[in-house]
Every structure is written in C-alpha cells, then in structure tokens.
Design a protein around this ligand. Structure first.
Ligand SMILES: [Zn+2]
Length: 240
C-alpha cells in the first residue's frame, strides 16, 4: 500500500528482507512519474498495483536515481518511458552484457564486480535468477533536468556522492520533498559498505543547499532535516 508523504508525493515503503528500496510516485496534473523502477518485475508491479488501488493515474515516466540493481531491475517491465542520467546508462550498458547464471554470478563475486550483499538479496528476490533482465533507460540527460508535471515541478540534480559513481537527487519543489537514492550510504562495491570521507562531506554540503523539508533515502523511513543531521552525525562518528 502507498504511503502519502505530501500533497503530490507517495511511496511504496522499502522492504529490507528483499532489499526493495522505497519507490516514489509524484502526482502531476498533466502526468505522473515514478522515482526508481524496483528490483524486479514483481516489485514494479506491486508499485503499479498500489498506485491503481489508490485511484491515482498510471505513471508515464520512471526516473532512475542510480544504477544499483534494486533500483533498476524492474525497468524492463515498465511500459512507460524510463529516464536517467548518461552516467547511469553507461553503467547499465555494461550490466546488460552480464549473464544471469549461478556460475557467472559466482565469477563476478570473485572478481569483485558484484557485491556479496547484492548477490544474496538477488537470490531472495528471484526464485529463478535467469529471469533477471537489465536494460538501459530510454532517455538520458547530462546535467540538471526539470520536469513540469502540471502543478508540480521536479528538479533532478546529479550529485557526486559516497554511495555510487553515478547518482541524482530528485526534488519536488512545491512539496519540499527530496528523493536521495541511497546517497548517504557507503559504497558496497568498492569499499565493502565503507565511506570515502571527501565524497561524503562534498555530498552533504551540496545536497543541503536544496531547501528540502522531507528527505527520502532508498532504504530508510522518510526523515526531517533534523533527523537527517542526526543520521549524518552518527555516520561521521562511526564510519568516517
Ligand atoms: Zn544503491
């Protein structure tokens, strides 16, 4: 079931057991969009059913925050248009060539191309891992992007962050809601969940210039600015 965050914003809440992140829905008068496409066809469909049950219009665009599997592996099943920054599409291009068989997955764990946490959760989400399908987004952008949905404005800003080499935050101007992808989290691919301190401080300095009131991290409950500061303080004390 969807949770309403603000007049135009809803989420399908995260599920840690299956590593399903929060999926966003932004309701415009002209058209509506999804923020991230989920980790599988099943996850995407759960979102689309929840949108339908809430009596809201079908989303026409799925905007992707970053390349990680839990945000992108539902893209192939989306009948609308998918959109992401060029950098994310470049990384997805590499993943489209990956084979989804146990031997190939084991090999990628050995070479470090895949992370243990992702491998484990993919096997929980998928009964049959050969069902995994990776595609590139239909539309890519390089730099900032503004979407006028009708009565609501969405500003997309690529920001360097400690979590992945790509990454864009999505700000819903009228509602002051920010979707951050997983940007505050460490890097599971290169640093085993650890943090690059410079990237972390650069990220928080940049993102905090955006006048958000509600901050939506991919795998946490929505936070106020005060709660975000407390989380960052904790990260600073324990992980940096
Ligand atoms: Zn991520």
């Amino acid at each position: 079931m969807l949770t309403q965050i603000s007049p135009h914003v809803y989420i399908l809440p995260f599920d840690s057991q299956r590593d399903r992140p929060n999926l966003g829905y932004i309701h415009g008068e002209k058209f509506s969009i999804l923020v991230d496409a989920g980790n599988s066809r099943a996850h995407l469909n759960a979102m689309l059913e929840a949108v339908d049950e809430a009596g809201l219009p079908k989303p026409e665009i799925a905007l992707i925050t970053h390349w990680h599997w839990d945000h992108t592996f539902g893209m192939h099943a989306f009948s609308g248009t998918t959109m992401t920054q060029t950098k994310t599409n470049e990384i997805l291009s590499i993943l489209t060539k990956w084979e989804w068989k146990p031997e190939a997955m084991d090999e990628r764990l050995k070479t470090g191309e895949e992370c243990e946490f992702c491998d484990t959760h993919m096997k929980i989400e998928y009964d049959d891992i050969t069902d995994i399908k990776v595609v590139r987004a239909d539309i890519e952008f390089d730099g900032n992007l503004t979407l006028n949905l009708g009565s609501v404005t969405v500003e997309v800003t690529p920001i360097a962050n400690p979590h992945s080499d790509d990454g864009a935050v999505v700000f819903v101007q009228e509602d002051k809601v920010l979707f951050a992808g997983d940007a505050d989290t460490g890097d599971f691919y290169k640093l085993d969940g650890g943090y690059d301190a410079d990237k972390f401080y650069d990220y928080i300095t940049t993102v905090d210039k955006i006048p958000y009131a509600t901050y939506i991290h991919g795998h946490l409950a929505p936070m106020t600015r005060t709660e975000v500061s407390a989380l960052r303080k904790e990260i600073g004390e324990t992980d940096l």
